[in-house]
Design a protein around this ligand. Structure first.
Ligand SMILES: NC(=O)c1ccc[n+]([C@@H]2O[C@H](COP(=O)([O-])OP(=O)(O)OC[C@H]3O[C@@H](n4cnc5c(N)ncnc54)[C@H](O)[C@@H]3O)[C@@H](O)[C@H]2O)c1
Ligand SMILES: O=P(O)(O)OC[C@H](O)CO
Length: 321
């Protein structure tokens, strides 16, 4: 919608034929957006070559688990000069690589042309042109500004940031904290608990990000605090909703089946649990969520264990050494 508003001819690629037909013929995408007509400048195809060959900008928005496969499929058809942007919030399962690393490995594109777009941006609101702010990060400022030009509209304000690592880590880890916020709300805990999760969650995001080489200030920005707030508080958040269902006692598999959409925070909890060991950082909320999601720990016991941790200093390990 944003790109079509900026007069791009947009071709969406999907493996789902009925979705493609619906977008092409009716200009609707009813599984995701009921009662909404998409711009007539948006079409769709299941043919990857038709979707990306000759495109000046390719936007990847696959779930993290599918990113490598989708990038590999697109790679032979993408122009070397094309700007490649991704909107995915997660790490690759197994390798724990960030998404720009996966894209750099799969695409023949100049790595300087790789950009991440992130920040508080639930699709349900963007598509209705409600005011939204995001950040685009790239190692090369020229590429970031190219993406800024492509995406900025009067309702979609785009900032640039050179800190690709920070923006990607923040966008991924906030989903873990949002799962925790959903659990907290579902258990009937109040605003104090939510504020605690957001604040101590941000400490955890920052600690890991800094250890991975990020700029601490990125976590005070749109990809950090901004996305953390929206994902922990919005009714649109799948991660929050999944957490709330877990609090009702539903098993994880049933929660994921009911959601029918990607809940990135689940796999990211596993990834961050490993990254915390690799980078030797303390991530108590992530650790407790890992026990709840994958080891059957009761959420109430997890909260007791978080509250009963040894006493500590608020800023310990958060600021860069
Ligand atoms: N929904 C949002 O508001 C939003 C905003 C910003 C970023 N994101 C991020 O975008 C990514 C995708 O999220 P989403 O909301 O579109 O998820 P979704 O579950 O709503 O849609 C994912 C789509 O990917 C398709 N898909 C899954 N595996 C595939 C594969 N192997 N090959 C091809 N297609 C495949 C699914 O069929 C589905 O159409 C996530 O990383 C999410 O964090 C989402
Ligand atoms: O619906 P969620 O929880 O996957 O969050 C979507 C976006 O990341 C919000 O910015």
């Amino acid at each position: 919608t944003v790109l079509a508003d900026n007069e791009y001819e947009v071709t969406m690629w999907s493996r789902n034929e009925s979705q493609v037909e619906e977008i092409k013929v009716n200009h609707t995408n009813s599984k995701f957006f009921t009662d909404l007509t998409l711009s007539s400048a948006i079409t769709a195809t299941t043919d990857m070559e038709a979707a990306v060959s000759g495109a000046e900008l390719v936007l990847f928005a696959a779930p993290s688990i599918a990113m490598r496969q989708v990038a590999r499929q697109a790679a032979p058809y993408i122009d070397q000069e094309a700007l490649c942007v991704h909107a995915t919030k997660g790490f690759e399962t197994g390798s724990l690589k960030r998404m720009t690393t996966v894209l750099a490995e799969e695409l023949k594109t100049d790595p300087k042309k790789l950009v991440v777009i992130s920040g508080p941006s639930h699709a349900e609101e963007v598509v209705k042109r409600q005011p939204t702010t995001v950040v685009v990060a790239a190692a090369c400022q020229q590429a970031a500004e190219q993406a800024q030009d492509a995406f900025i509209t009067p309702f979609f304000r785009v900032y640039t940031n050179p800190d690709v690592t920070g923006v990607e880590v923040a966008g991924a880890i906030k989903n873990i904290i949002a799962l925790g916020a959903g659990l907290s709300d579902g258990l009937g805990f109040g605003d104090n608990a939510k504020a605690a999760l957001l604040t101590r969650g941000l400490a955890e995001i920052s600690r890991l990000g800094i250890a991975m080489g990020a700029n601490p200030l990125t976590f005070a920005g749109l990809a950090g605090v901004g996305d953390l707030v929206v994902t922990c508080t919005s009714k649109h958040s799948r991660n929050w909703r999944a957490g709330a269902m877990l609090a009702e006692g539903l098993p994880l598999d049933d929660v994921l089946e009911r959601m029918g959409m990607v809940v990135e925070g689940v796999r990211t909890t596993s990834a961050a649990h490993e990254l915390a060991v690799t980078y030797d950082v303390v991530m108590p909320i992530t650790e407790q969520l890992f026990h709840v999601l994958f080891e059957g720990k009761s959420p109430r016991t997890a909260v007791e264990d978080l509250m009963g941790r040894g006493r500590t200093h608020e800023m310990e390990d958060i600021v860069a050494p």
